[in-house]
Design a protein around this ligand. Structure first.
Ligand code: MN
Length: 481
């Protein structure tokens, strides 16, 4: 008899604990107690092995599902557990899939269907009906796969012996992407000022963004920040200047201009802490009360994995925060960049990407210099900024646009390159790359797809990560490679 608890949210402590992935095993009552005991032992063994191999998240064997009630209870629990970022399901035996319907309908977390076996080799000499009945994922996983497809579930399917390196790598990707999706659903974005006047691609449906990705995007007046700027203490300011001196080379005598940015940096950190913000935007059209366009301050904050979009570009800002989360604890660089200008020598076409000021120092190939120069836009005091050349290596550019009916992600393979010659008169940080497979095809496909002039660049992530993110969030994706 079904208990009422199946209909109630199971209260799980919101926690400081490590995030979890539930490992659930499918079976049915038909096989008898002995077989089910073995099923549970094997499933736990498999989950423990995966747990030892997968980083950043705990893989927990939860239970063996033998009935519709158990499926519903377990998948509801996964949905309500704030520490659970995803579910791995594997059918050790046959598990009639109608019993999964109600549970899967209530599953609100990403699902990975692992198609594997506990045994690697077939025991040709000893195999009998007992062995065959116990180990029948070829049978059971197809039944489970059918119901997932019938329900229209966007899940990841990974096939192969569970100890294979490529299977582990695919599960790790699922863990990272699911962790980023969980983060996305708790992401609060602050817009200081609104969208830059008349600009189309940076705008979007913020209600739909919250429905689809969980981004809670709110407007704040610059005055809300100014209060914090005006209350920065001398000690705080000194500590921030020490931090800048350690991380960067001070290539200016105008320390007052640098201190102004240090105040913004401190103020933004305090504001974010108070409002639980992990991504933000500003706009040079609305800086009332700020003496400079935030440059150095924004660059320093971006390097901490906080999302940023200039000119009110909340989508790029949120996407940056999510992709930084996805690439957490891995080598490489992830951050916002703007497409600026080209070198169009035929066959050698290159792009120079930068922004007015705001390029994350994670892209720096040398120690960034703090410099103060005039800014030709905005009519403010000369802002302090970091100036550096960009890193080299393979990467991706990812853009999100709002087509009115739906969001679209555009992901292009790029190759970051060393700038061919110094650009001594360019007073901003810059990164150079070529789009693949070549300039004409790459940029034509980008423009045909409606890709923005703002993108998140990553040398950590690959298009496979973005493909999985798009699949699990049911987002349209155009891949250029
Ligand atoms: Mn821009």
């Amino acid at each position: 008899m079904k208990e009422n608890t199946a209909k109630m949210p199971i209260m799980v402590k919101r926690g400081s604990n490590m995030k979890k992935i539930y490992f659930v095993c499918g079976s049915q009552d038909l096989y008898g107690e002995e077989v089910l005991k073995q099923v549970a032992i094997d499933a736990k063994d498999m989950a423990d092995y995966l747990n030892s191999k997968i980083s950043g998240v705990e893989i927990c064997y939860i239970n063996t599902i033998k009935s519709s009630e158990e499926a519903e209870d377990t998948l509801m629990k996964a949905s309500y557990d704030n520490d659970c970022v995803g579910v791995i399901a594997w059918m050790h035996t046959f598990s009639p899939a109608k019993m999964w319907i109600k549970g899967l309908q209530k599953l609100a977390k990403p699902l990975l269907h692992l198609h594997t076996q506990h045994n690697r080799e077939l025991p040709y000499d000893s195999i009998d009906m007992g062995f065959m009945n116990l180990n029948q994922s070829a049978h059971g996983d197809r039944e489970f796969g059918f119901i997932c497809t019938r329900l229209g579930l966007n899940r990841e399917v990974v096939s192969g012996y569970y100890k294979n390196e490529n299977v582990i790598a695919r599960i790790q990707r699922f863990a990272d992407v699911s962790g980023a999706i969980n983060y996305s659903h708790n992401l609060r974005v602050a817009m200081f000022g609104n969208n830059m006047r008349d600009v189309a691609v940076t705008d979007g449906d913020r209600v739909e963004s919250e429905i689809k990705y969980g981004w809670n995007v709110n407007y704040y007046g610059v005055g809300d920040l100014l209060e914090y700027v005006n209350n920065v203490s001398k000690e705080e300011l000194n500590a921030k200047m020490d931090e800048y001196n350690k991380k960067y080379s001070m290539n200016t005598n105008n320390l007052e201009a640098v201190q102004e940015q240090a105040k913004y940096d401190i103020a933004l950190h305090k504001f974010f802490k108070k409002e639980n913000i992990h991504a933000f935007t500003d706009t040079f059209q609305d800086l009332h009360g700020l003496r400079q366009l935030p440059g150095l301050s924004v660059q320093n904050i971006m390097s901490e994995g906080v999302g940023f979009g200039p000119e009110g570009d909340y989508k790029t800002s949120a996407l940056m925060a999510v992709l930084c989360k996805m690439s957490e604890n891995k080598k490489g660089a992830t951050g916002f960049l703007e497409d600026y200008t080209y070198d169009l020598c035929e066959g050698e076409e290159l792009e120079l990407a930068s922004h007015m000021l705001e390029v994350s120092p994670v892209f720096a190939s040398n120690k960034p210099k703090i410099e103060v120069h005039p800014l030709s836009i905005g009519g403010k005091e000369d802002p302090a900024r970091l100036v550096f050349d960009g890193i080299e290596g393979k990467g991706i550019a990812v853009s999100m646009i709002d087509l009115g009916t739906h969001f679209r992600l555009i992901c292009a393979d790029i190759e970051l390159i060393k700038q061919p010659k110094p650009m001594l008169k360019l007073p901003v940080a810059r990164v150079m790359w070529r789009i693949l497979p070549n300039f004409a095809q790459g940029t034509e496909e980008w423009i045909n797809a409606g890709g923005a002039h703002h993108a998140v660049i990553s040398t950590t992530l690959t298009k496979e990560d973005i493909k999985l993110f798009a699949k699990l969030t049911n987002t349209e994706l155009v891949v250029i490679s």
